[in-house]
Design a protein around this ligand. Structure first.
Ligand code: TXA
Ligand code: MG
Length: 322
């Protein structure tokens, strides 16, 4: 595996070529790092699954360079989905749409729908456009972590997670610390109204501020598999406790105004919800590096982003299993 620490245009071109040749390239996005492969190359995509240790019925998000590529991958796109794409792409939002012929079962996990996203990170966007210049149509990329583990928010995290599973011609591109720090909002757009399947930095509030939409909370209409349907999703090795009392020797993640009790290991003190999201995964990893057995997270759901964080922590704590 080659680590690209300063991705110049030349190096980005080389990475695009590696993808075209069927190798894997981990790359930065504004949410978390992704593990990319040519989304039309079955063999390359199957390596994503083995490197991650992920079951093959879990679909992958296809990343494209702009809304112009959308109709290659999706059909019968509802008007509201176009509005969402125009408003929030490039950005931390994935749309689930009825798939085109191009989106094969090895991408969709056998479902009739495909997840599409235009990421808002200059390196990711450059990589996508260089890849398209070579005739590429999209880059399939899940978060670049082992299945069930915490998503990586730096290239060092990716190397720690996947380094031993990657091969000689695979690459890890560095693009600094992920700005948002939690995965994209996933919105199912296969029914008359949209449905949020995974909360993220594009919140219900953002959507309804911009676009006159009814956000459906009933999954029945959509009949899609909810993401992260696994009890140990987003989990560090340490046990995660939500809003519980914190004891000496345990790790603590809480807003800055929460005081650290004696002999507790403070892992993060964010001042805002944005900082909370940005620091969450790296501080969980820090807890693991300290070999802590328990990490207590104190969090109130006072806005949409904190709700998105809360949802992930519920899964990390094994409370929410959907
Ligand atoms: O921010 C993100 O979304 C990152 C960056 C790299 O783009 N990607 C990411 O991918 O988080 P992943 O695979 O770790 O999580 C995507 C989730 C999975 O749980 C998957 O089951 C769900 O999205 N998903 C993907 N395609 C889907 C589909 N067609 N229908 C329902 N769920 C889908
Ligand atoms: Mg993931």
């Amino acid at each position: 595996m080659e680590k690209i620490s300063n991705p110049t245009q030349d190096k980005i071109k080389k990475a695009a070529n590696a993808l075209k040749d069927g190798h894997l390239v981990a790359f930065p996005t504004e949410t978390v790092y992704g593990l990319g492969a040519d989304a039309t190359n079955e063999k390359a995509v199957s390596r994503i699954y083995s490197v991650k240790g992920r079951p093959t019925d879990h679909p992958l998000i296809v990343h494209i360079s702009s809304i112009n590529q959308l109709e290659k991958w999706a059909i019968e796109i509802p008007e509201y989905a176009i509005k969402l794409a125009e408003e929030f792409w490039p950005g931390p939002m994935t749309l689930i749409l009825k798939k085109s012929e191009l989106a094969k079962n090895f991408i969709t996990g056998g479902q009739n729908n495909v997840g599409i996203r235009v990421p808002a990170h200059p390196i990711a966007l450059d990589l996508l456009s260089e890849f398209e210049k070579l005739g590429g149509l999209g880059i399939a990329a899940p978060s670049a972590n082992r299945f069930g583990a915490v998503s990586p928010t730096s290239s060092t995290d990716v190397e720690e997670e996947l380094g031993e599973y990657l091969q000689g011609s695979d690459q890890i591109m560095d693009g600094g610390q992920s700005k948002i720090g939690i995965e994209s909002t996933i919105i199912s757009c296969i029914s008359e109204f949209p449905l949020i399947l995974r909360r993220g930095a594009v919140t219900e509030e953002h959507i309804s501020n911009k676009i006159d939409l009814y956000i459906n909370s009933n999954n029945d209409l959509h009949n899609v598999k909810a993401p992260g349907s696994h009890s140990s999703h987003y989990s560090p090795k340490a046990r995660v406790i939500l809003n519980g009392p914190v004891k000496p020797g345990e790790g603590l993640i809480a807003m800055a105004n929460f005081e650290t009790p004696k002999d507790v290991i403070r892992l993060a003190s964010p001042k805002t919800s944005e900082e909370f999201a940005r620091e969450l995964y790296s501080s969980l990893r820090l807890g693991d590096r300290h070999e802590l057995r328990t990490i207590v997270v104190i969090i109130q759901e006072t806005d949409g982003l904190l709700t998105a964080i809360y949802e992930r922590l519920m899964k990390a704590a094994g409370i929410l299993k959907i």
